[in-house]
Design a protein. Sequence first.
Length: 288
Amino acid sequence: MESKQLKWVLLTVLSLIWGSSFILIKKGLIGLTPIQLGSLRILFAGIFLLAIGFKSISKISLQQWKFIAITALFGTFIPAYLFAIAQTEIDSSVSSILNSLTPLNTLVLGSIAFGLQFKRNQIFGVIIGLFGSALLILNGAMNHPEQNYYYALLILIASLCYATNVNLIKKHLSCMAPLSITTGNFLVLLLPATLILYFTDFIEVVTIPQVQNSMLFIVILGVIGTGIANIIFFKLIQLSSPVFATSVTYLIPIVAFFWGLLDNEMLTPIQFLGAFVVLIGVYLSAKK
């Protein structure tokens, strides 16, 4: 298959994988606590990545390990728990839409903390994206009083963590192979994730069928949604460009929304409008 065709195939596959992550979190929460889910997600992904990328760790210099640890914290550790906690109160489709603000937050943080320059259309994109997210959250809170939409703020914090991670990697680890960065990240996280899981009641409940069923969803989330997805993403960047690869951001909420429909989730018309406005804002902020 030619590179031009393959890049579209990989983009589609990546959209399906990452767009399905939110419903997997929702299913995992049926039998697991958010803390258990976040820890298991890190552990399953870490075991998989170490199995395929252990040799790449030798390429990380001693000076680079501090940035590996910091990017592990912001890029994986904190978001893994925040997404799980947030989805105890808000729908998976709403979570995916708010997550699409990551490129916008990357631009804002890059400008404030890393010296990147704004363009006029990007400023408009930031304003429009914030308006759309506010519309999505406020209308959701009004129409779903049984849900605590303050938890949507956790998704926004996770998005800021992802944005911090991207900027740190670009500034300090841009010369390193992506597989080395990712494998190093999870090597750092294996011990704290294991300790956190140990201090929950996981050992007492692991034999419960409902817990074991939820763990299957998190195995898929960790191995495919994190490990394999990262490999596909790195390959996509090699075949095309970072700009083309990050266009997956616009497709993820579509996949997540249809999974939500199958699981009896539904957005209000105003929330649809808010989601559309968010995507317009993200598009403008990412436009060169």
